[in-house]
Design a protein around this ligand. Structure first.
Ligand SMILES: *[C@@H]1O[C@H](CO)[C@@H](O)[C@H](O)[C@H]1NC(C)=O
Length: 311
């Protein structure tokens, strides 16, 4: 048993950031500032458009999309602004509390986003495979329940992770080779044997992402089978909405599964993969769902005209 009095508690962690070169960090500072602004503006625009357009707001697909954009803003904000500011400083420090908040927010919003992506796939499945029952199966109350369930699952998942991490003894090295406090990296720093705990916590994330991924595959397989049998005009439309979903899902789950399901082969690419789910997924959602979507574009134009007219 370890003598708990006998260690100096780590109160700060040292983040290594994305890279060492000053020159590249200055470029990244500019690039990520632009990307971050685009993420926030794009997603906010989706939320505002969905809420202010009664036609979109009453459609289950856009109701869920609005909520996905809301989550995306959180997912993009738990670590990215700090990373951007850190590009300019040599000492990238984060307090113990800040580190725990980052872990909590990543798993909360990430977990909720995964479940919400499954809900959106289910919505498409019902719309395409059971069109006659769509309105009754995807009622407003069902949509609200799906959103609440995604938040609840994210919260329970995240609390279960953080409850163990907060109580770990940290006394030794405090360097984290990433641009934020990533759970597997933080656990490794605890001064006790965390092998079993690490496996438990990582399989918690792995289990959540794998089961969401399987459910997604099942819904898309159902959709593709139905679409193939029908071979009518709706096919290309169904395929184009689904290919958008599948792109987002692959870019989000690919890195998560890689990091959390095979956590013991830690290459330095992990850092780059984290960029995918913290930055590129939140950026892609507005791009994919908005620019390629006529209904959304029309609603945005209407909103814009109304704003201009009222001034
Ligand atoms: C997201 O869901 C909540 C509750 O389920 C709802 O009140 C809110 O309007 C939704 N947001 C958007 C942008 O659709």
């Amino acid at each position: 048993m370890m003598d708990l009095q006998n260690y100096s508690k780590v109160s700060e962690f040292l983040l290594q950031g994305l890279c060492k070169s000053h020159y590249i960090q200055n470029i990244l500072f500019v690039a990520f500032s632009v990307i971050y602004t685009a993420i926030m503006v794009g997603n906010l625009l989706i939320v505002v458009t969905v809420i202010s357009d009664s036609h979109l707001y009453s459609s289950p697909m856009y109701f869920l999309l609005g909520n996905l954009s809301f989550l995306d803003m959180w997912l993009a904000s738990f670590a990215t602004p700090k990373m951007i500011i850190d590009f300019l400083s040599d000492q990238k420090l984060i307090s113990f509390g800040g580190c725990m908040v980052q872990i909590f927010l990543l798993h909360f919003t990430g977990g909720a986003e995964m479940v919400l992506l499954v809900s959106m796939a289910y919505d498409r499945y019902v719309a395409i495979c059971k069109p006659l029952h769509y309105m009754s199966m995807m009622s407003r109350w069902t949509c609200i329940k799906l959103v609440l369930v995604s938040w609840a699952i994210g919260f329970v998942h995240s609390i279960s992770q953080i409850a163990f991490t907060v109580n770990l003894p940290f006394c030794g090295p405090n360097e984290i080779d990433s641009f934020f406090c990533d759970l597997p990296l933080v656990i490794k720093l605890a001064c006790m044997d965390t092998y079993v705990l690490g496996i438990l916590m990582i399989s918690d994330s792995g289990l959540l992402s794998m089961s969401c991924f399987l459910l997604l595959l099942i819904s898309y397989a159902g959709i593709l089978l139905t679409v193939r049998q029908r071979a009518s005009g709706g096919v290309s439309k169904a395929l184009s909405t689904c290919s958008a979903h599948i792109t987002v899902v692959t870019l989000f789950f690919g890195p998560c599964i890689f990091i959390y399901v095979w956590p013991f082969s830690r290459f330095s690419v992990d850092k780059l993969l984290s960029v995918f789910y913290t930055i590129f997924t939140p950026l892609l959602n507005p791009l994919i769902y908005t620019l390629r979507n006529e209904e959304m574009k029309a609603a945005m134009k209407k909103l814009w005209k109304r704003q201009v007219a009222s001034h």
